[in-house]
Design a protein around this ligand. Sequence first.
Ligand code: 6GU
Length: 457
Amino acid sequence: MRFDIVTVFPEFFSSLDLSLVGKARERGLIAVQTHDLRDWTTDVHRTVDDSPFGGGAGMVMKPDVWAEAIDDVVGAAHGETPGTNEVPARTVLAIPTPSGAPLTQGDCWDLAEADHVIIACGRYEGIDARVADYYRGSGMEVFEYSLGDYVLNGGEVAAIALVEAVARLVPGMVGNPESLREESHGEHGLLEYPVYTRPTTFRGHDVPAVLTSGDHGKVARWRRDRALERTDARRPDMLAALTPDQLDKKDRAKLAELGWVVGEDGPLAVVVDEAQPAEAEAVSQLAGRLFPHACPPDMKPEDVADFVAKNLSERDFAQYIADPNHLVLVARVDGQIAGYSLAIIPEAGQVHEGAPAAALADGADEPLLVYLSKMYIEPQWRGKGLFDILIRDTLEAITAAVDAPEIFVWLGTNIGNKRAIRAYKRAGFEIVGEREFFVGEQVNKDLTLAIRANMPQ
Ligand code: 6GU
């Protein structure tokens, strides 16, 4: 594989004599040749740039000088590669430019299969656009790439980056090809986990104990969780690009902890926040649709409909949303409301009917009992971690909304609703009692569950 770099600063590229790239050149795995663009100028001043048509700041590099240089470099390389008439050599004209597409590891794997890469390093405001157009039109692969969203003075640093990133993927370059697959931006689509070596204690920081445990399964899981956390914090776009087949059950649990649910096409970020007044209708519709799911099967449909009309109408939700003692949170997935919670914060001294005060009195001075009236998730998102995200954010929002030394959140759920009871228990709720819950004339037996929402102060 051959690189030809055309630049007005050939001295820039002495670093390519060093390290792995230098070794690869010595071993003949790659050839790197730099060329001074000014060698192709014809005027005494060796001019490579001119002012832009249409006006504006800066200078533009002349297309005629560039084309002479590129033609010669292409010709020289092909003259040195006999037999390329039968199997045409793959030549790529790479042009670093801040207006290119960001360079990816995938691009680099692809370029590692080319025979010849010519890198045209622009300076100033760039190269006359007709150079790329002309070579593309003549059938050459033209690859305009950027290193990221910031501006360098010229393409030289980006050219070095490309040579180093591509050369290390050329067969024979790196001893163990597996180590290439495992690294960041490799196959698994996550950032790399943090790494450690001796000493085990460094300036008061210990190596995570799991890494010295000798338990390979635990180490693998720990690394995977750290990779997921890092990718969430630094590159959520990469998480969003994962596909469901790349994620096992434990990955999904970790993702839920980080605020993601996995849909049919892959992870989607969940956004939980307070419902807006304009959303009263949408939340009310969701509530009306999901309330029956929480009712026992023997309940009369007209009683259910009546309860919905009296408690879960658009007007009701408009009031809940406006009332500072009602906390209405919605969980949005992909911009769509996928669940909601409704918590009622009591006034001082007020105790909601059915509140399990006795069960909580144990050592609790004057606990504030916040009533979690509703907590519903769209069926399509059940079992995917959305419940856990919404309940966690609801407890957090309650803690932030009220000022009390001890806050307990309690709720009632039909004794037959095993799914809900299991979900609340998983979230840390404990069964504290029973209550009767009236829907129409029918008395329903509810279990009451409670959790401490804030940590002891
Ligand atoms: Cl490829 N060129 C220049 N001049 N600036 C850049 C860049 C390239 N990538 C990021 N900034």
